[in-house]
Design a binder for this molecule. Sequence first.
Ligand code: DGL
Length: 268
Amino acid sequence: MSYSPTILILDSGLGGLTVLREVVNALPAARYIYVADDAFFPYGRLSEEDIIARVVPLVGELIGAHAPDIVVIACNTMSVSVLGPLRAAYPVPFVGTVPAIKPACAASKTKRVSVLGTRATVQREYTQALIRNHAQACTVTLVGAARLASLAEDALSGKPVSDADILSEITPCFVPAGDGGSLRTDAIVLACTHYPLLLDRMLRLAPWPVSWIDPAPAIARRVVDLLGPLEPNTAGDHERPPEMIFTSGRARTLTDALAPFFGGRVPA
Ligand code: DGL
């Protein structure tokens, strides 16, 4: 590809930055627009109908304003609720972020996998269908975390977050071996894009070691597949800084702290 494509990335808040980081690594010469729909955060408490009613027109406005070549829905809660209606409404290619149940089950030796997501994500039929179709011989435990995404927002915003609060959200994922058995959980799907922001702390707090499955690298590969690799010397819009939009209109006090997610560039 000889031009610099525009990639629009949408989440309910700062969690989608964990997906953006991987896409920027794979395609540093693209132009990035990151949108945090923080006016409606957290999405994990919203019904499917509410999410469809909010996201379909919002994405329509964003497509009209920015003409992206591709839209990445960097939010599991949005993706499992509204990907179908988005694809039906707009001809732009969409890449969603959905719970990585298939790779987690493939990685698990004990065949005991937990899915850690928002309450909305673990309740959705989309997620149930992924388990029916891809869990194979695995026993899957669904864990809906009420506060973990908010804790991740706080941590990235420099507010104190206690170990006890994180631990109480992740503890239900760790299912011990049953009577006399040795088969305990050994893989946990990070089914909310906010959670990798707390990965260091979750690694430290985990009652035993597990594989934490983050779909972000696979999403970046999917974006590359759809756009094709960019020529290394592509100029195009690369000189234009990445843009960050908060739908709440909140003051952008965090831009320096967020630069590492944008490949070291400070978003406008
Ligand atoms: N980052 C979002 C996800 O992947 C959800 C956080 C929220 O708004 O509840 O599910």
